[in-house]
Design a protein around this ligand. Structure first.
Ligand SMILES: Nc1nc2c(ncn2[C@@H]2O[C@H](COP(=O)(O)OP(=O)(O)OP(=O)(O)O)[C@@H](O)[C@H]2O)c(=O)[nH]1
Ligand SMILES: [Mg+2]
Length: 477
């Protein structure tokens, strides 16, 4: 779900805050749910934040806190805090209202959403608020605005229209320095001839690919009932969104079973082996997408955890716990996994818009994992996501993927970095803001899945051969 704050308002904050900084979304009620618990879970301890409310009168207002939110039940002292109005009834009209009683700048209370001032100048909400139609009827108050902040002659009605009916409320973290450069790939242009041969983008291709995947099954002799594909990659690369996208294609509508979003730490903390049901036949596909914790710069994933996943030791729904790594003693640990429980192909999910700036620490983790995969001969592909951010033409129309030099450059870059053939890098754009399915986007997913299960089949066949040889050896001994 898109961030609502315009560039001009972001720039306004840089002026008000008075140092080079940028905003990163932490919490958004239309995406994460409107609940005080979730607000504190996502925003406590995060340092300076901006809380922005968008009401149904097209007015945008909120507050800045230079300290961290907390849930202690006490007021937080902050001489730098201020309330603001950015827009009033649809017209841009930024004003800043400084704190007057600094000791009571905000209240960090667990059952309240963002609350500014001792008179509760702005109390956004308490408990949980359900959406009503297209807005959230927040149960807070703005009638005491001006108790702890200097309104410079303005009033509740000229700042907020006296209304807490909001279409959204967002909390952004204020990070020092300019926005990190996400894309250093040369500006994308469209080539007349595609840089990779690809089936024609049409409904027939989509239908055929879909049918192939519905009919797909691993080799009968293998006793593998479904092929396991492990999605692995940096946090926020789009692993959960990839599963949601593929699931949506077979459900025939946009679904979001796996939680996705943008957070500092991996949103996915549970290992899931997702089945995908084909709505038309009512049957599950014979493949599973395994979603797992994202790789993070500051807390490296224990490679042993991933090895256990590859080897089929980890039960579905296992909750990762960095302070107590998985071991054979862990409840549910699968001690003697069969081939069917193992991972048959790994898909590294890589954000195509940041391929030039993949942090060194992440690359090192990937290399360690690739060594473990190579030792097991497990095939690897890359799902290159967020290509809409690499090339505006692709954002408009997925058909342009194989004509875009930006996408081509990103594919080449990631293939080099990962040491994989270029043909193993499969470009896609996840469903994230779309509300209806798009056959051209679907073709990219279906093709990626098709290639992945082909590789997985080769691996399963190899394993069967290996097992047959070992059996023979055992007999001879
Ligand atoms: N524009 C765009 N945004 C995307 C795409 N894929 C994912 N996103 C967004 O990126 C954010 C992170 O996506 P997730 O699917 O949660 O990423 P993840 O890899 O599962 O992240 P963790 O579980 O936290 O490790 C979400 O806000 C998605 O909406 C894409 O192809 N294009
Ligand atoms: Mg995830």
């Amino acid at each position: 779900m898109a961030e609502l704050l315009d560039k001009k308002y972001r720039d306004q904050f840089i002026t008000w805050i008075g140092r080079p900084c940028h905003l990163r979304l932490l919490y958004k009620i239309s995406r994460d749910g409107c609940s005080a618990t979730t607000f504190h879970q996502f925003c406590d301890g995060q340092g300076p934040t901006v809380t922005v409310l968008y009401n149904t009168n097209n007015t945008i207002f909120g507050g800045f806190l230079s300290q961290s939110w907390n849930s202690t039940g006490a007021y937080i002292n902050d001489p730098s805090a201020f309330l603001f109005r950015l827009q009033y009834s649809g017209s841009s009209n930024p004003l800043k209202f400084p704190v007057t009683n600094t000791a009571n700048a905000v209240l960090g209370q667990s059952n309240y959403g963002p609350t500014f001032g001792s008179g509760h100048d702005i109390r956004t909400f308490s408990g949980t608020i359900n959406k009503s139609g297209n807005y959230f009827p927040l149960n807070g108050t703005v009638s005491n605005i001006g108790t702890t902040y200097n309104l410079n002659g303005q009033s509740s009605s000229t700042i907020t229209n006296d209304s807490l009916q909001v279409t959204d409320l967002e909390v952004y973290k204020v990070e020092d320095g300019p926005e990190p450069v996400k894309r250093t790939i040369t500006d994308s242009v469209l080539l007349d001839t595609p840089w990779r041969k690809f089936p024609e983008f049409c409904t027939e291709t989509m239908g055929n690919l879909k049918e192939e995947i519905v009919d797909y099954a691993p080799d009968d002799d293998s006793e593998v009932t479904s092929t396991n594909i492990l999605l692995i990659g940096q946090i926020g690369a789009g692993k959960s969104s990839f599963f949601n996208s593929v699931n949506s294609i077979f459900r025939g509508k946009i679904t979001s079973q796996a939680r996705s979003g943008s957070f500092e730490h991996s949103l996915t903390t549970v290992f899931r082996k997702y089945a995908i049901k084909d709505q038309k036949s009512g049957q599950n596909l014979k493949l599973r997408l395994c979603d797992t914790r994202g790789l993070e710069e500051d807390s490296s994933v224990d490679p042993q955890d991933i090895v256990y996943i590859l080897d089929g030791n980890v039960p579905d729904r296992y909750q990762f716990n960095p302070s107590s790594p998985l071991s054979p003693e862990t409840l549910g640990f699968v001690r003697n996994p069969e081939l069917g429980a193992m991972i048959h192909c790994v898909a590294f999910v890589v954000d195509g818009s940041t391929v030039d700036v993949i942090p060194e620490k992440i690359l090192r983790q990937i290399k360690v994992l690739q060594t473990k995969m190579n030792q097991r001969n497990i095939p690897q592909v890359v799902y290159l996501t967020k290509l809409d951010k690499v090339c505006p033409e692709v954002e408009e129309d997925s058909k342009h993927v194989f004509h875009s030099t930006g996408v081509r450059d990103a594919v080449e870059k990631v293939a080099d970095v990962m040491g994989l053939p270029r043909g193993y890098v499969l470009p896609i754009k996840n469903y994230e803001s779309e509300t209806i399915l798009n056959p051209d986007m679907d073709i990219l997913f279906l093709n990626a899945i098709k290639q992945t299960v082909n590789f997985a089949d080769d691996y399963i066949e190899d394993q069967l051969d290996k097992m047959a040889v070992e059996k023979k050896k055992d007999k001879l001994n």
